[in-house]
Design a protein around this ligand. Structure first.
Ligand code: SF4
Length: 748
């Protein structure tokens, strides 16, 4: 009727309400009464009727929602969810409304070369207007300059003086060719990407414990679970569509155990909330394992048949009774015991963990504890059970599988293995580096130590994403030769000698692999802007100039070559993906569905058995003290993705979250004499940033949370670069910090 009106909460403005702006109501509305604003003009007239549609995949998170771009005059005007296996028509705010970054005026459309005499060090101190540091160039000049600098360093100093960062935002084919170029063309294994900064410790723990770095079950397995554990993860913000499946499972009656120092929206659905002390994961998890062992809750038959070294686990957890760990982890002993019983006795229980677990110097130990929980109770290999670290970027799983990491060829085959190397040398016609390469943070240190002189960076933004980012920026400025291939002049591109304008996801054909091991195809929906070129073409052009005889005519040829080296992708062809859009690996036949649940029949290790690896307590690398009395933790937001290069140029997302904020508890805000919205300076031993504060009821006293997407208040200026010794992941989730009112300091 005429008096009906849609309201948010208590008739609050939409942006100030609890609405998560996913737009499901718009997609579901059968009458057109609700419609995307982008489809109407300023008069409210339906002026932007799409003239064509293209099916693809969301470019943001590892959920891998399938979507349809609606296009008018070669511009995306709306996005609809498709019935993909991981989203069943759903999308979150990023997937549905975060699309207009592709049309942003900042898009790189012409190759750029640094002007003579413009120091990169000046750029580091005062970025000014970075566009003025470059001049436009022809493609011939830019590619010759890019490849010439790499060849000179390789020939004078050897391949070890070079490194490459590929991208988890690119396709599998780009990841495969990028690592092939660095290995075969540069002559080094110094190739890595942002997996090092998100789940490297999870992969290290999984490879060691169960012989595979991928998830054992998709997140949709919660439909069959009685008990769901979510630890160190914030799915409602980071994997929002996956979170909708979790909420539905709870409505059906599943128990949800949330473990996190920071309260998350998921806790509203939790049957058990364990808000433990930051950095004390191992104390809490070992206490739960202690209960499982001492109360006989483990599955003796399963352990005997499938897992080695149970005696080591038993011996290790002796000293970690819940009563002994209360003080350390802050969770009452009876709660720890109850959670152990609920998890172990469930018919089917599944564990999800995020970067709250992995981004610590004890990230691999945290993962070892979670693996021990699943293996000791047999909660793996059946419907509703398993181990699942949800992957961050849309293709971090696929890029890692394709070998975009310094220690492994595709399919996690060690680069030190002579037989594997010989096979690649024969196929690629080159001699390959027999030593494993350096990881992301190690590469920055090697630049400072004059061991690395040149880099090729495609689609990554280490000048925002690395820990202690000033150290990383100084390293980038120190490089003799830096080639950056991207769609925007990112904070990293500002240090480049040559900038190559490349393709955004809706402008290319290619495959990506989501967190569920689903290989999915994305289709070219838009023309490239200006003179920008396909990323794949640019990798090939550089390879040719470095002496490699590469002749690929279509992305499908790269896919087919990649699959020939990857038994894990057997029975997945380009044609099949074009036909089916999504195929889960592993898959037994060209017409059979893939296996959602793996490890039902042992593990892909040499012995076929899993392994318990005990974990001891390791304190965070930097504890609070009198000078820096609080703990800083960093992460993502619902609206902004990774370093913000895309989402902050997506107008609707930036409208919702336009500026950097530091979230604190109300008690800390009062204790410090501050007010919500007031500017503050947050400092650590590495630097200081200024931003506004926001009161967050879910944050415990003593903790500060800052998202890392904002260049003007880059959280990673503050973070600690200390590494987990196994996964080489930095401790983004814990360092000592101080907070002061910015206004008072300015007056002083
Ligand atoms: Fe995209 Fe992830 Fe949102 Fe799905 S949940 S729409 S994949 S950002």
């Amino acid at each position: 009727g005429h008096s009906e009106k849609i309201i948010f909460d208590f008739d609050d403005p939409m942006g100030g309400s609890t609405c998560v702006a996913c737009g499901e109501c718009v997609q579901a509305c059968p009458t057109g009464a609700l419609m995307e604003k982008s489809l109407v003009d300023e008069r409210g007239v339906y002026a932007n009727h799409p003239d064509r549609e293209v099916d693809s995949v969301c470019p943001y998170c590892g959920v891998g929602c399938q979507l349809t771009y609606q296009i008018k005059d070669d511009r995306i005007v709306a996005v609809q969810g498709r019935d993909g296996p991981s989203n069943q028509n759903r999308l979150c705010v990023k997937g549905r409304f975060g699309f207009d970054y592709v049309h942003h005026g900042d898009r790189l459309a012409v190759p750029l070369i640094r002007k003579d005499g413009i120091s990169k060090h000046d750029t580091a101190i005062d970025p000014g207007n970075p566009w003025t540091h470059f001049r436009e160039a022809t493609w011939e000049e830019a590619l010759d300059r890019a490849a010439g600098g790499i060849a000179r360093i390789r020939d004078q100093h050897g391949g070890g003086a070079l490194a490459g960062f590929g991208s988890a935002k690119g396709s599998n084919e780009e990841a495969y060719l990028f690592q092939k170029l660095v290995r075969a063309g540069f002559g080094t294994n110094n190739v890595d990407h942002c997996t090092r900064l998100c789940h490297a410790s999870s992969v290290a723990g999984l490879l060691e414990g169960v012989g595979s770095g991928a998830v054992s079950a998709p997140f949709m397995a919660v439909e069959d679970a009685d008990c769901i554990v979510v630890i160190g993860a914030n799915p409602t913000e980071n994997h929002p569509v996956a979170a909708t499946f979790f909420k539905q499972a709870v409505e059906r009656g599943a128990k949800l155990i949330v473990m996190d120092p920071r309260g998350t929206t998921m806790m509203e659905y939790a049957t058990h909330m364990l808000q433990f002390k930051p950095g004390r994961d191992v104390a809490m998890l070992n206490a739960i394992l202690h209960t499982i062992v001492t109360e006989g809750l483990y599955d003796e038959q399963y352990v005997q048949a499938n897992v080695d070294d149970f005696d080591k686990l038993v011996e290790n957890v002796k000293d970690y009774s819940p009563e002994a760990m209360v003080e350390l982890c802050g969770i009452p002993a009876e709660m720890l015991r109850e959670v152990a019983r609920v998890y172990a006795r469930a018919e089917a229980a599944i564990i999800f963990w995020g970067m709250g677990v992995s981004q610590h110097i004890h990230g691999t130990d945290n993962t070892r504890c979670l693996i021990a929980l699943a293996l000791s109770t047999g909660q793996i290999g059946r419907p509703g059970t398993g181990l699942h670290p949800p992957r961050g970027q849309n293709n971090v799983q696929g890029a890692s599988d394709a070998g975009l990491i310094p220690m492994f060829f595709p399919d996690y085959k060690p680069v030190e293995d002579a037989q594997t190397r010989a096979a690649y040398e024969a196929a690629w016609g080159v001699t390959l580096d027999p030593k494993r390469g350096l990881t992301v943070v190690e590469i920055m240190d090697a630049i400072h130590a004059d061991r690395i002189r040149g880099m090729y960076i495609m689609g990554e933004n280490p000048a925002m994403s690395d820990p202690d980012v000033q150290h990383a920026r100084e390293a980038l400025a120190k490089l003799e030769h830096l080639v950056v291939q991207d769609i925007f002049l990112t904070e990293t591109a500002k240090y480049a000698d040559v900038v190559l304008p490349a393709s955004a996801w809706p402008e290319k054909d290619g495959t990506v692999t989501n967190t569920n091991r689903q290989v999915q195809i994305g289709r070219k929906a838009l023309p490239l802007p200006g003179e920008a070129r396909q990323d794949l073409d640019l990798i090939i052009e550089l390879a040719k100039r470095l002496g490699l005889d590469w002749n690929y005519h279509h992305v499908s040829e790269v896919f087919t070559e990649m699959v020939s080296f990857m038994p894990s992708l057997a029975n997945i062809s380009w044609e099949r993906l074009e036909r089916e859009s999504s195929v889960t690996y592993p898959v037994d036949g060209p017409d059979e569905p893939g296996h959602d649940i793996v490890f039902g029949n042992g593990f892909p290790t040499a012995s076929g058995r899993g392994k318990f690896v005990p974990a001891k307590l390791v304190s965070p690398a930097e504890e609070p003290d009198a000078e820096y009395p609080m703990v800083l933790t960093t992460g993502r937001q619902l609206e902004h993705w990774h370093t913000g290069s895309m989402t902050r140029r997506a107008s609707m997302l930036d409208d919702l979250e336009p500026e950097a904020v530091a979230s604190l508890s109300a008690r800390d805000v009062e204790r410090l004499g501050l007010r919500s919205g007031e500017p503050v300076r947050v400092s650590t031993r590495r630097g200081t940033i200024t931003l506004k504060i926001r009161i967050d009821a879910a944050i415990p006293p003593g903790l500060i949370f800052i998202p890392f997407a904002y260049a003007e208040a880059a959280a990673n200026i503050l973070t600690n670069p200390q590494l987990d010794p196994f996964g080489k992941i930095p401790e983004f989730k814990y360092c000592a910090a101080r907070i002061e009112p910015a206004a008072a300091l300015a007056e002083a």
